[in-house]
Each structure stands twice: as C-alpha cells, then as structure tokens.
Design a binder for this molecule. Structure first.
Ligand SMILES: Nc1ncnc2c1ncn2[C@@H]1O[C@H](COP(=O)(O)OP(=O)(O)O)[C@@H](O)[C@H]1O
Ligand SMILES: [Mg+2]
Length: 460
C-alpha cells in the first residue's frame, strides 16, 4: 500500500467518524509521519508552530485509534495502517462502509454533512458526454505528453490538473485524444468548454444533470458542490473543463476571475482538497491563481505546460501539401511548433506560393516570422487581454534583440517596480515570455511570434 492509498483510507475513516474530511494539516501530519518526518519538520513545511502541529496530531491519532479500535500513535501509525490488506476502497464507499484492517466501519449518514445521492444504477461501461467538443480528424505524436498525463490521472490519481499553454498549441486536441486513450478507466468522461463563460451555478447544474437525469438540482452552490463531490467519490470520473481563460477578466492581470465567477475558486479548491476518486482537467491559456497556489501545497494538484509539437508538425505541413521538405524544420521552429500557427501559415503558403516553403521563407528578410492576417487576428485576441502595464512591457521587450534582465527592463519601462514585477509575472502566466537563467540572473525575452506581432502593431 503506498502513502496516497493510506491517506485515502484514513480520510474515509476520519469522514466516517467525524463527518469531515482530513484537513490540510491533518493530511500533512499523516503524510509526514508516513515519510518518517519529525513533528518539527512537518511544522516547518507547513509554516506552523510545532506545538500546534502536535496538538492537531494528537487529535488525529485519537480519531484513528477510535475508528480502528487500536491505539495509534506517531510511532506505530505506519505499521498499523499498512498492515491492513483486506479493503476495497471503491466498493466500500459505494456500500457505505469502509473496511480497514479487517475492521468494518459502518458509515453513519446522520453524521455526514452531505446528502449522498444514490443514482439509479452503476454504469456498466463508460458514460461519455463530450458536449460541444471539436471533432479530431488527425492527431500526431504527443507520446510523451500523453504518457505523463495518463500517469498523473490513472496511476497517481491526481484530483486537479491544469493543462496550460499558449492558444493554438494543441491543448484541446491533446485532451480529447487523452480521453480516447484512457476512457476504459472511468465510469464517466465529460468535456465542457467554458468559452461562453457559464456561471458556476450553470456549469454545476449541467454536470449534476449528467449524473441524475430526473433528480432535482439544488439551488445553493454549496449543496451543488457537495452533491457533485459525492458523485466524484462514488464514480471514477474525468471531467475536462476547457477554455478556463474565458472566466478571467480581460485587461486585468492573468487569472483574475470576472466578477460573479469567484465561486469557481471554491469549486476547484474543493476538488483538490476533498477526498474522491475522480479528476478534473482544466485547460487554459492563462494559469489560474488557485492552481498556482494549490500545487505548491497539495500533492493532488499539478499543472502541465504544453510546448512545441516539434518535428511531428511536419505531418501538418504534409497535410497542407507543402513542398521543399528541407526547409520544413526552419518553418516549424519559426512558428515554435504551434500547430495552429503552422496551419494558418501553411494555408497562406499554399494560396500565395503554391505550397513552396523556400519561396515563402525567402520573403522573410531578417529571420522574423511573417504573420499572415489570420495569425495576426489570432494574436489580437491574446494581446487584447493584457493590462496596459503588460502591453508597455511587451512593447519594450519587442525592441530588444537579446534577452534582458529585470534591472535592464526597469531602466526602459516607466512603471513602478511592483507594477513591473506584476506585469512580468502575469506575462509569464500567459506563456508569452521566455525566461533563461544565466548564473544567478534571469533573462527574459518575448515569444518571437508575439515580438513580431507587437512590432507590426506598434510600427517598431
Ligand atoms: N497533436 C496534434 N496533431 C495534429 N493536429 C494538431 C495537434 N495538436 C493540435 N493540432 C491542430 O492544431 C490546431 C489547434 O489545436 P487546439 O487543440 O485547438 O489548440 P489549443 O486548444 O491549445 O488552442 C487544431 O486545428 C488542431 O487540429
Ligand atoms: Mg482549445
């Protein structure tokens, strides 16, 4: 039994005994103890006093001892929890009892703060509802990315994953391919795009309707959320929520929810913190603040930044009937292996150069990418989301021929230090900056395609 399994079982046990799931600190104490850490170390990692950690720990050992009918302490916790070999986590939850170390603990539903909905029947095969997901006609490579995400979801049972990257890099396509690849592991596979900015109430209602077609959907967000979590606990579900960036305000620093959408924070935080057997995959071209904060402290939360499609993008160029294969790698590098940027550019090469890539590249005098109108329009959508401060920084960075350090940028941009730092951090969270470490200094440059876009736009 690995540590995650033990923590999951302990969480169920605590839930059965107290009606509440393991809190952050309780989980940190349990994990720390299972990893052989001392209280002082756990306290330091949690930024709390050792005395407080000891108090919470002693309460936790009491609950576990009570639940298992054995005297559990920090010293024997691992041995006792690990020795249990008869347990069936998923069926135990479904049947309202948990079996640990041969001790069968009946779930007292009167203690539970949540009403456990009982769907009519367990699906015998995966229930797949992809909503308005685009159809994927061709899919190339991404072997490594698929393997990593599959491991995180299927093997490590992460609860919240953010799939991030600049627009057009292939996030939606990758997620849909992933669903196809791992669907047999799940009872429910659901895809929803948030591109029309549904309110939290609308999306939760929509999700709950999938699980209970006739059931009444509660009004209060807390009850909707607790019902959803009950389903996520009862069934193994993969829910993909795409276009998360549409919930964030335009012209504000990256990842700030529009007003009226703040409950999404609560939604995602709950998904990450409460014990269940499902995974929510968030797709966005801006990193959300709660994911950034959660992934530092919660092992069930990770983010994955998608990069270039690499040489596999040649197949996209082949599909567009381009010629001069010798130059294809140059073309792919110029457009940073971004499949959408390559598709848009390939269409222009086909229309104006009869598919001749070298003729197209020859037009390009100083190695700067040529931005066709459709690519320019695509970048407009991303650039318009920047704050005036971020735009000021990008204009300065677009003038630079080499990566520059923060003090160097500071000299050229008329912004206070805090405005500059916030703008830089936000540009990073939108994946528009490239950063390189040299010695102890970080050097920044703009994404070269965006750099050309800014030059075109501001006539530099
Ligand atoms: N691995 C891939 N193989 C083939 N085509 C791809 C791949 N990834 C992306 N594409 C194509 O690139 C375009 C942009 O992909 P998409 O998934 O919509 O990007 P994102 O969601 O990151 O904005 C789509 O037309 C898609 O078909
Ligand atoms: Mg997409």
């Amino acid at each position: 039994m690995d540590i995650s399994e033990i923590v999951q079982l302990a969480d169920e046990l605590v839930f059965v005994k107290t009606g509440k799931h393991l809190e952050y600190l309780q989980e940190a104490i349990l994990r720390g103890t299972l990893q052989g850490q001392k209280y002082a170390q756990i306290a330091e990692n949690s930024h709390l006093s050792e005395g407080h950690v000891r108090d919470v720990a002693s309460e936790l050992w009491k609950i576990l001892s009570d639940g298992l009918g054995k005297d559990i302490s920090k010293a024997n916790c691992r041995a006792i929890l690990e020795s249990g070999n008869i347990y069936d986590f998923s069926t135990a939850i479904g049947q309202g009892h948990v079996k640990i170390n041969n001790v069968n603990i009946c779930q007292d539903t009167s203690q539970s703060p949540q009403v456990t909905p009982q769907p009519q029947q367990t699906p015998t095969r995966s229930h797949i509802d992809l909503g308005d997901a685009p159809e994927i006609f061709s899919f190339y490579d991404r072997t490594h990315e698929l393997a990593t995400l599959e491991n995180w979801i299927v093997r490590d049972r992460l609860r919240l994953i953010a799939l991030l990257g600049i627009g057009g890099i292939g996030k939606t396509t990758l997620a849909l391919q992933l669903i196809e690849q791992i669907k047999s592991n799940f009872d429910y596979l659901i895809y929803r795009s948030l591109r029309f900015s549904p309110t939290p109430d609308a999306i939760l209602t929509n999700l709950l309707q999938i699980f209970s077609q006739q059931g009444e959907i509660p009004q209060a967000i807390e009850t909707q959320l607790s019902q959803l979590i009950n389903y996520l606990r009862k069934y193994r579900c993969l829910i993909v929520l795409d276009d998360l960036q549409m919930l964030f305000s335009s012209a504000q620093l990256a990842g700030q929810y529009k007003s009226g959408y703040e409950d999404y924070q609560l939604f995602f935080k709950q998904i990450a913190e409460v014990c269940h057997q499902s995974c929510i995959l968030l797709i966005s071209w801006e990193k959300s603040r709660e994911v950034a904060a959660l992934e530092r402290v919660n092992n069930y939360v990770h983010s994955f930044v998608l990069g270039s499609l690499g040489v596999a993008a040649k197949q996209i160029l082949r599909q567009h009937n381009l010629s001069d294969e010798d130059c294809w790698e140059t073309l792919i590098n110029t457009y940073q292996g971004n499949p959408l940027w390559l598709e848009l550019t390939a269409t222009t090469i086909q229309e104006l150069f009869r598919g001749n890539v070298s003729e197209f590249l020859e037009c390009n005098e100083c190695d700067a990418p040529i931005l066709c109108e459709s690519l320019q329009a695509q970048l407009d959508r991303q650039f318009q989301r920047l704050t005036p401060q971020e735009q000021a920084v990008t204009i300065q960075l677009a003038n630079q021929t080499e990566p520059v350090s923060l003090p160097q940028i500071r000299k050229t941009v008329e912004l206070s230090t805090s405005d500059l730092l916030n703008a830089m951090q936000s540009l990073g969270r939108r994946f528009l900056l490239d950063a390189k470490e040299q010695g102890k200094t970080s050097f920044f440059s703009l994404n070269p395609v965006l750099q050309q876009y800014v030059k075109n736009r501001y006539g530099n």
